[in-house]
Design a protein around this ligand. Sequence first.
Ligand code: GLU
Length: 290
Amino acid sequence: MTALDDRPVFRFAPSPNGHLHLGHAFSALLNHDLAAEVGGRLLLRIEDIDTVRCTPQLERDMLEDLAWLGVDWEQPVRRQSDHFDDYQAALQDLVDAGVAYPSALSRGDVKRIVEVEEAQGIEWPRDPDGAPLFPGRAYEDRAEDTDMLAWRLDVAVAKAHLGVETVTWTEEGAGPDGETGQLVLDPAVWGDFVLARRDTPTSYHLSVVIDDALQGVTHVVRGRDLFHATAVHILLQMLFGAPHPIYVHHDLILEPGSTRKLSKSRNDTSLRAMRAGGAMPSDIRRMVGL
Ligand code: GLU
């Protein structure tokens, strides 16, 4: 690539913690087709920060499935577990800026705090997935054990630091309620999210933002289940002074006859199983509506 290369950059970023299924095939093929349509580049990123669930064998199987499907990507492939230093340095920048804090509150602590508050009739705020929001820095003294468990972003401090209340992005796909176009959202809906854990020196949110920036990604095409996470990704991009890609959140492929999205634990819809059953790449394309 030269400095004059201004082609759009797409990426497909699967986690090798199970076999790819029809949902991944849809996402990979859509990235591939959209990149081809606009003369863009397609990168592949292995999101394997969970070094227990992600294995080299699953990574090899994944690359083989993608190649079989007819998706081609540029070399080199970026494997996140090779770059923990990058995420550590980024985390340090946030710590130095005073927007990150070490947290000792465990899941059990949070549960207890929320129960106590709700017993007093206080309606505790929930995130878009319905989970109670992390209580925040003010509750740190309620931790049963004072060992640091995670670094969290102090979202209120980060917003004040940037002088913003909301974040905006360009959505060329759609959110769960049909949100599209120029969007304005409050990143506080997730509370003080995790940047890194004691046992994993990064988090999905931190590494995805660092990598999209380092890899010059201009178009993020991914499943609608990550739509709401985008608000915190934009906030992190602002803190790092990184550009904002265009986002395309696409439909999720659902389990047959259900409203649940496919999961990696269901083997019958894995690409491997379908291939073993005689399916061709063209069948997969047809099944995902491409
Ligand atoms: N690694 C994520 C997944 O497999 C995708 C992350 C992204 O595209 O931002 O669901």
